[in-house]
Design a protein around this ligand. Structure first.
Ligand code: HEM
Length: 231
C-alpha cells in the first residue's frame, strides 16, 4: 500500500511541470559532469600520444564500469530531451496564440536559443560518435596494438581537415550557448536563486562555460596550427 502511494506520488511529480524541470536539472548535471570530465581527459592531448592513449585505455580497462557509465549517460540524455520536448509543448499550449508583441527584454540570447542549441548539440553528438568513437565518418581511423582506437592519431588526422575542425569549433560555440543558460536554469529549478547570489551564479555559469568552450576548441585549433607531435 505504502509502495503504491509512493509510486503514485512519483508518477504525479514526474507529470508536473516542476517535476520535468527537476528532471532537466538532474540530467543536465549528469551531462555537465560528463562534459567537464571529458574535457579534462581530452586535454591530455597536450601531454602527447602516450598520455592520451593510456588514458583512453584506462577508461576501457573496466568494461562493467564503462557500461554503467555509458548507460547512465544515455538515460540522462534521453530523459533530458524528453522532458525538454514536453516542457516546450506545454509552454506552447499554455499560450497557443503567442504574444501579440514579442519582447526580448527579460530573456537572454542563450535562453531564447535553447530550442536550437539543444537539437544542434544532439546532431553534433551523433556526428562526433561516428567520427571519433566508431570511425565510420573518419577517413583515416586507426586502432592501436591493444585493439582500442589510436585516439591521438584519430584526433590529429581527423582535425587536420579544416571543415571537420570548423564543425567542431562551431559545435563548441553552440555548447557554450546551451551551457551558459543550462547552468543558470539548473540553479533556478533547484530553487537556488537568492537575489544576493544570482549575479554570482550568472558569472559562475559564464566563467565555467568560457573555460569549457576554450578548452575544447584548443584541441582542433592546435591541430590546425600544427601544434602536435608528428605521427
Ligand atoms: C574538441 C572537443 C572534443 C574532443 C577532442 C573529443 C574527443 C573524443 C574522443 C577521442 C572520443 C573517443 C574516445 C575513445 O574511443 O576512447 C570521444 C568520445 C565521446 N565524446 Fe567527445 N570530444 C570532444 C567534445 C565532446 C563534447 C562537447 C561532447 C558532448 C557534448 C562529447 C561527447 C562524447 C561522447 C558521448 C563520447 C563517447 C564516450 C564513450 O565511449 O562512451 N565530446 N570524444
Amino acid at each position: 500500500m505504502a509502495t503504491a502511494t509512493a509510486l503514485a506520488r512519483t508518477a504525479s511529480f514526474y507529470r508536473s511541470t516542476i517535476g520535468k524541470k527537476a528532471i532537466m536539472a538532474v540530467t543536465g548535471v549528469i551531462g555537465f559532469g560528463f562534459v567537464v570530465g571529458h574535457l579534462l581527459g581530452n586535454l591530455q592531448f597536450f601531454l602527447g600520444p602516450e598520455a592520451l592513449n593510456d588514458y583512453a585505455a584506462a577508461l576501457h580497462a573496466n568494461p562493467g564500469l564503462l557500461l554503467v557509465a555509458r548507460l547512465t549517460l544515455l538515460a540522462a540524455v534521453i530523459l533530458h530531451i524528453a522532458a525538454a520536448l514536453q516542457l516546450v509543448s506545454r509552454n506552447g499550449s499554455a499560450r497557443p496564440d503567442g504574444y501579440r508583441v514579442w519582447m526580448a527584454r527579460k530573456s537572454s540570447y542563450a535562453s531564447r536559443t535553447m530550442k536550437f542549441s539543444g537539437p544542434l548539440l544532439g546532431l553534433f553528438i551523433v556526428y562526433h560518435l561516428l567520427h571519433l568513437t566508431f570511425g565510420s565518418v573518419h577517413s583515416n581511423f586507426r586502432h592501436g596494438t591493444n585493439g582500442l582506437p589510436d585516439v591521438y592519431h584519430n584526433v590529429v588526422t581527423g582535425f587536420s581537415h579544416i571543415p571537420v575542425s570548423l564543425t567542431y569549433i562551431a559545435a563548441m560555440a553552440t555548447l557554450g550557448l546551451h551551457l551558459s543558460h543550462g547552468v543558470w536554469s539548473m540553479f533556478q529549478s533547484m530553487g537556488w536563486n537568492h537575489p544576493r547570489y544570482s549575479p554570482l551564479v550568472r558569472r559562475f555559469a559564464t566563467l565555467v562555460t568560457v573555460l569549457i568552450v576554450l578548452g575544447n576548441i584548443s584541441i582542433p585549433l592546435s591541430v590546425l596550427l600544427g601544434f602536435h607531435e608528428q605521427l
